[in-house]
Design a protein around this ligand. Structure first.
Ligand SMILES: [Zn+2]
Length: 93
């Protein structure tokens, strides 16, 4: 079982969290002007890298807040946890 450190509550079991996918996805401001292909790309296309990955998590069975985690998708090791709005250093810590 993974241990995830909510930046608001501290370490908890992974069963208390929901993964929200890739972090840093920004909704387009002019979506009405986008083609169907551009919109589909925004909605469905993600980088899905092998290795370090910035992703969103929600502490659904705790404080209910979203935060950003840096996780290695190969080893499942977490490098850091960051509150929304906090800068996430490139090294992830
Ligand atoms: Zn929490």
């Amino acid at each position: 079982m993974l241990l995830i450190s909510c930046p608001y509550c501290g370490p908890r079991a992974e069963t208390e969290f929901r993964n929200g996918g890739e972090a840093g996805i920004v909704r387009p401001t002019r979506s009405a002007e986008m083609s169907d292909g551009e919109w589909a790309n925004y909605v469905f296309t993600r980088t899905n890298p092998k290795g370090r990955f910035h992703e969103r998590w929600c502490h659904v069975q705790g404080c209910g807040r979203w935060f950003t985690a840096v996780r290695d998708t190969v080893s499942d090791d977490f490098e850091g946890f960051h509150k929304v709005g906090e800068p996430v250093p490139e090294n992830g810590r």
